[in-house]
Write a protein that binds this ligand. Structure first.
Ligand code: PMP
Length: 437
């Protein structure tokens, strides 16, 4: 482990030292001391194929041998076209155009700007406002951060972008609101959007943005049944675009290629990243509906947004190779099967644990809610620094998991997120639960 003070790398956690990763071996990462870590978090729901997939690596090498970079101001590329074709063939609704970026925050930035520009193009410049949800995460760039609803992340940078607001209750936090049927809760939560639209004036709102399954901030919380159908209906009634952020929950993670397929709805704009490149290359994408694309094409003809590395050929080549492995019915069935096994093993081991309040999630995207008291659901005192302690203890035992604090309100409440590679087997499931215990 290097001395953090000697390293010239600017880490996010300046007070903690981390091991040096030198090699990947399937579901494991090996450090410079030869210690092996079972990757039960996929980094942060990224490494859906594990760490040394020879076919993905070969696809990147082959592309680098042909051409590594061709600026999209001048060219498109074969892998970008191939990846866009694959995504659109499988995308829900009328999503029909793919805008490539380098990661999740960039995908969300692109979506927010596309929504705003769409209304400019069709002569509705007053539709500028974006509505999002509390206890969500959409990325760390200023626009994406402004959409995100984690108070602890937002506070240091306030005032954030003023044309964004957030709705409560977050349907996602039903764990603390029992006594109401799931369906009733979903309707009540969706109606918070209706109320916010009425408050703002629906004709001023461009888009509503949400994660289908809430990842980092809440720990794999699934929507109440019917919530998204009602959200879709409210957006349609008021001409508001629906942006779904599938950066974490998309690309097969929940057992369907797009998480929203399981909600029976399609967005106007979708954001994907993480599992798209599976960690082999940095890549993300924004998928837009034909109607939105047509408005730009028929209007100014120029999307006022772009980054140097968009559509990077080597990144897209990785994306094609990853897509071909994760998108087939056998792999998606495997995610559901292994997800079921991991869920069962977690329930078996932690179902009665005095400090585990809830076990939840979908596919290989699972979360444990940690509480001081199972009955009252009282969270731990933030002074415990529980998330950091769990992470450290897990790493000492050779386990990568993704603990987070702030589940309740950005500060209080703790959970552990698990998002292992889709290639885990029964032995890995046992190891994850043992080491976590
Ligand atoms: N949206 C969601 C739902 C995410 O989980 C994340 C990353 N955790 C992002 C956006 C931002 O992605 P990136 O870190 O690649 O910028």
């Amino acid at each position: 482990m290097p001395d953090a003070r000697a390293s010239r790398v600017f880490p996010r956690h300046t007070k903690a030292s981390v091991p040096v990763a030198v090699r990947g071996e399937g579901c494991f990462i090996v450090d410079s001391d030869g210690k092996k870590y079972l990757d039960a978090s996929g980094g942060a729901a990224v490494s859906c194929l594990g760490h040394s997939d020879p076919e993905v690596t070969q696809a990147i090498k082959d592309q680098l041998d042909r051409i590594a970079f061709a600026h999209t101001g001048f060219f498109t590329s074969e892998p970008a076209e191939a990846l866009a074709d694959r995504l659109i063939d499988r995308a829900p609704g009328d999503l029909s155009r793919v805008y490539f970026v380098s990661g999740g925050s960039e995908a969300v930035e692109a979506a927010l700007k596309l929504a705003r520009q769409y209304f400019l193009e069709i002569g509705q410049p007053q539709r500028r406002h974006i509505v999002a949800r509390w206890q969500s995460y959409h990325g760390n760039t200023l626009g994406a951060l402004s959409a995100g609803g984690n108070r602890w992340r937002r506070e240091p940078f306030e005032p954030l972008l003023v044309s964004m607001s957030h709705v409560d209750p977050c349907y996602a936090y039903r764990y603390r609101e029992p006594g109401e049927s799931e369906e009733a809760y979903g309707i009540r939560a969706a109606d918070a959007l209706e109320a916010e639209l009425q408050r703002l004036g629906p004709e001023t709102v461009a888009a509503f943005v949400a994660e289908p399954v809430v990842g980092a901030t809440l720990g794999a919380v699934t929507p109440a049944p019917g919530y998204f159908r009602r959200i879709r209906e409210i957006c349609d009634r008021h001409g508001v675009l629906l942006i779904l952020d599938e950066v974490m929950c998309g690309m097969g993670r929940t057992g369907s290629l797009f998480a929203c397929e399981q909600e029976g709805i399609a967005p106007d704009i979708a954001c994907i990243a993480k599992g798209l490149g599976a960690g082999y290359q940095p890549i993300g994408a924004m998928l837009a509906s034909q109607r939105i694309y047509d408005a730009i094409a028929a209007g100014s003809g120029f999307f006022q947004h772009g980054h140097t590395y968009l559509g990077h050929p080597a990144a897209c080549a990785a994306g094609v190779a990853v897509f071909d492995k994760i998108s087939g019915p056998a792999m998606l069935a495997r995610v559901r099967e292994m997800g079921g096994k991991l869920d069962a093993a977690l329930r078996d081991r932690f179902g009665q644990h005095p400090n585990v309040g809830d076990i939840r999630g979908r596919g290989l995207f699972l979360g444990l809610e940690l509480v001081e008291d199972r009955e009252t659901k009282a969270p731990f005192d933030p002074a415990h620094g529980l998330a950091a302690r769990i992470k450290k203890a897990a790493m000492a035992r050779g386990l990568m998991c993704y603990p987070m604090s702030g589940t309740l309100d950005g500060r209080r409440g703790d959970h552990v997120l698990l998002a292992p590679p889709f290639i885990i087997d029964d032995t890995h499931v046992e190891l994850i639960v043992d080491r976590l215990a």
